[in-house]
Design a protein around this ligand. Structure first.
Ligand code: RIB
Ligand code: CA
Length: 332
């Protein structure tokens, strides 16, 4: 076979081994959070170092329980920390109508051994980021940004130590919990304002792209055919998620949180632009809106990369790979 430079030299340079990218997930598990955890834990490109949990889709005891059940069941041996019990300045409004009374209705889990680590998620985040080489870690935030904002306020130095802060949240266009606002931002807009104003390298994966990655009946069949426990958890949970989304939103369920993990694994699936983003915190009908200055009319500095388009068809092979890796490799 010709060598890399086409000379036919026998000394093929083996591609340098690329170290897995170190990541932390901040979750409010939640059906789509669970898929994101399965995808991140099974990806050979990633090293899932820690999971921090916040209230959001359901109350913290429930989102923590869901996260621990999933990790225990699949053998995801990653430290899990309990975090914020609610937003910085508002009452918690959950998404129980979508995610159910448990926050993860559908799958049945055996009594679990896995427990949360001692200590608060915010302190764990700070310790992790202060110990790691600056820029060497990626935070993927998949719920309200309360834990992230609290950590930034407690130790401002972490903002510029995070290599990339990828967050599922917001929208250039319409919201999903109000006409203006997406759930994660709407739940805690003050936290979002802190995060977008922190100077951290923020990448916003919003509804503009996540609502293009919709789970339909054929994709459910494709995953069901793979079989195995991960397939069972996916199908049992997505059956519930699909019913709720179709009943209350009139649409197929979007892969909101898994989109962020897909972005980390294959960023070329997404097209992004750099813009100034601010958060509306006081509007009577616009609270929680991510105001993305596409035309630069504010003259304010660009503080975030925002996903503006995605190749949805290229997401599904990543999901199927995830389920296959769980089934045939028992994780990685
Ligand atoms: O708006 C979608 C987001 O809200 C997702 O993160 C989902 O899990 C819910 O938290
Ligand atoms: Ca979530």
């Amino acid at each position: 076979m010709a060598g890399k430079n086409g000379t036919g030299s026998s000394k093929e340079r083996s591609p340098e081994a690329v170290a897995p990218r170190r990541i932390v997930l901040d979750v409010d598990t939640g059906h789509d959070d669970a898929v994101a955890i399965m995808m991140a834990a099974a990806a050979p490109e990633l090293s899932l170092d820690m999971i921090t949990v916040t209230a959001g889709n359901q109350t913290l005891p429930k989102t923590l329980n869901n996260t621990l059940n999933l990790c225990d069941d699949l053998g995801i041996d990653v430290p899990v920390y309990a975090g914020a019990t609610g937003p910085l300045m508002r009452e918690l409004v959950t998404a129980a109508r979508i995610h159910g009374e448990s926050g993860f209705d559908g799958p049945v889990f055996k009594p679990r051994k896995k427990q949360a680590e001692k200590g608060h998620a915010v302190n764990a985040l700070i310790e992790y980021l202060m110990d790691a080489l600056p820029g060497s870690t990626t935070i993927i935030a998949l719920g309200p940004l309360t834990n992230i904002a609290l950590a930034m306020k407690l130790e401002p130095a972490i903002s510029t130590r995070i290599g990339e802060l990828i967050l599922m949240g917001g929208a250039i266009g319409r919201g999903n919990v109000t006409p203006s606002a997406e759930f994660n931002i709407h739940a805690d807009p003050e936290a979002a304002k802190i995060v977008f104003g922190s100077g951290a390298a923020v990448t916003m994966i919003g509804l503009d792209v996540t609502t293009k990655i919709l789970l339909d009946e054929q994709k459910m069949i494709d995953v069901r055919l793979i079989r195995g426990r991960a397939s069972e958890i996916f199908v049992d949970s997505m059956d519930n998620y699909m019913t709720a989304c179709r009943n209350y939103l009139g649409e197929y369920p979007a892969m909101h949180d898994p989109s962020c993990v897909a972005y980390v694994i294959e960023p070329e699936l997404f097209r992004l632009g750099e813009y100034h983003v601010d958060i509306e915190c006081s509007g009577e009908v616009t609270s929680g809106r991510t105001v993305v200055d596409i035309k630069g009319v504010s003259g304010k500095p660009k503080n975030a990369r925002v996903a503006v388009d995605v190749l949805p068809d290229l997401f599904w092979p990543l999901l199927e790979r995830t389920i296959r890796r769980w089934t045939y490799l028992g994780k990685r």
